[in-house]
Design a protein around this ligand. Structure first.
Ligand code: EPU
Length: 427
């Protein structure tokens, strides 16, 4: 078993470089199945969600080769059965993008129900609605989602909710569908635009990504391409919040400041100074933290994936902040962990009331999911004493070399490997 041990409090200073976007990578890697020819993808983040996808692609018969630390070459010329088993799909949400791509590539796909972070119910009805509108038959049987179509035909699809996953999956299924597909009420997150740009660089004809309406003219053939993934909005936002929470001074490099505007605005209200440059952003804070109210919304609103980290910061702000979760039913499970560190937070449904305290104190805590893990890590860096964080595999699903990056900023974070027999003896 592995843990992070964090000694605090620390003030983060220096420079950090942001990796490629996880949620773009997990869509673009499955999309390589649509290419006739090799794809070279640059700025790949070295995180466990990506490693699992490589494993899935290799299992399907693809060749996946790292050319250097952040560049991968994927050749999907030879594919065996379009089936993704439970053992691999269960590790991540994005495994369901294999449904859209394999359906396009093989006219049928069978993918185990996906895993991923637990925020309450995570339905996939909008994905199924989209596939069915394109002419596929979709069923769920013994935990497998099965989709098949003799031929995919363009359609006019109105999503009932703006879903990142459904927008991406249906885009993947319609890129070669005969005729025109119009998707309405689409999600507008930066990774949706990145996937559309990747597909267009392969010869697709997709317009309007990043707006409510996406128009796709089906093409017969997609060729290989070389493409560089955008920087990770949420990793960048996490370091911005960490800098502000620790009263630090951090230059965050390889970012797209436009993607960070909703985070910048709230951090400035909380008392941080944010300076934007072309592809970097500097966050400093000297004075006290001030209360701020937050409501998470689909892009361009404040991202739900930054809600836990921001709540950790507000736990130290003067006054009472209200944090409202507008995307997921149950994204406050981590609050119990922050309370263990001394935070004063009450949750009622989708609202958290955060009464700022002047100091947090170390305690044993868990990462209950990926961003929750980032939140406890930020809180631990501000807390007095030595905090041990368990279940860190969640954090490593989405943050590349986080110990190395934080250590370079002056944090005292180390990974401890506790031999399994010590736990067994304690049981
Ligand atoms: N929804 C439906 N039906 C569907 C799909 C979604 O009702 O068929 C609802 C969900 O229940 C939720 C809302 O729509 O209330 C939005 O869900 P969405 O489909 O947009 O989320 P997702 O695609 O499952 C992605 C990210 C999440 C991020 C959300 C929201 C990936 C791999 N995951 O999830 O990221 O929280 O969008 O922005 O892109 C993370 O990176 O930590 C993470 C969890």
């Amino acid at each position: 078993m592995e843990k992070f041990i964090v000694d605090g409090p620390v003030r983060l200073t220096g420079e950090v470089t942001i990796s490629g976007a996880k949620n773009a990578a997990v869509a673009i890697i499955p999309a390589t199945l649509l290419a006739q020819g090799k794809c070279v993808i640059e700025n790949i983040p070295n995180i466990s969600d990506v490693t699992v996808l490589f494993k899935i692609l290799r299992g399907l018969g693809a060749s996946v080769q790292m050319l250097d630390r952040t560049t991968v070459e994927i050749d999907t010329t030879y594919i065996t059965e379009p089936v993704v088993p439970y053992e691999l799909a269960r590790y991540m949400r994005a495994s369901y993008y294999l449904l859209g791509t394999l359906l396009t590539r093989c006219n049928r796909a069978s993918v185990s129900m996906p895993g991923g972070c637990n925020f309450g119910v995570r339905p996939i009805d909008q994905h199924m609605k989209g596939f069915e509108a394109l002419g596929a038959t979709v069923s769920i049987d013994s935990g497998m989602i099965n989709a098949q179509a003799e031929m995919l035909l363009g359609a006019h699809i109105y999503f009932d909710v703006a879903s990142v996953g459904a927008t991406i999956n249906v885009m993947l299924a319609s890129v070669k569908a005969k005729g025109i597909t119009i998707l309405e009420n689409c999600a507008k997150e930066p990774h949706i635009v990145d996937l559309a740009n990747f597909l267009n660089s392969m010869g697709a004809d997709i317009r309007g990504a990043g707006t409510d309406v996406i128009k796709i003219h089906g093409v017969d053939l997609l060729h290989g391409t070389t493409y560089s993934i955008i920087p990770d909005q949420i990793e960048a936002g996490t370091y911005m919040v960490a800098a502000a929470a620790t009263g630090g001074d951090v230059l965050i490099k390889n970012v797209i400041p436009k993607h960070l505007e909703s985070i910048t605005e709230k951090l400035e209200k909380a008392g941080a100074v944010v300076q934007e440059y072309d592809d970097s952003i500097r966050v400093t804070r000297e004075g006290p933290l001030a209360k701020v109210n937050i409501k998470t919304m689909p892009h361009p609103g404040f991202p739900t994936d930054m809600q836990p980290q921001m709540t950790a910061l507000l736990a130290l702000a003067q006054g009472t902040s209200i944090v409202t979760e507008g995307v997921w039913d149950n994204r406050f499970r981590y609050v119990d962990e922050l309370r263990r560190l001394g935070a004063q937070i009450q949750v009622d449904g989708k609202v958290a009331v955060v009464e700022g305290v002047s100091q947090l104190k170390a305690a044993p805590v868990r990462a209950v999911d990926l961003r929750a893990g980032a939140a406890v890590l930020i809180a631990a860096m501000t807390a007095e004493g030595s905090t041990e964080i368990e279940d860190i595999e969640y954090i490593e699903r989405g943050y590349e070399r986080i110990v190395e990056k934080l250590t370079a900023l002056g944090a005292h974070v180390r990974k401890a490997i506790i031999p399994d027999h010590i736990f067994q003896e304690a049981l």
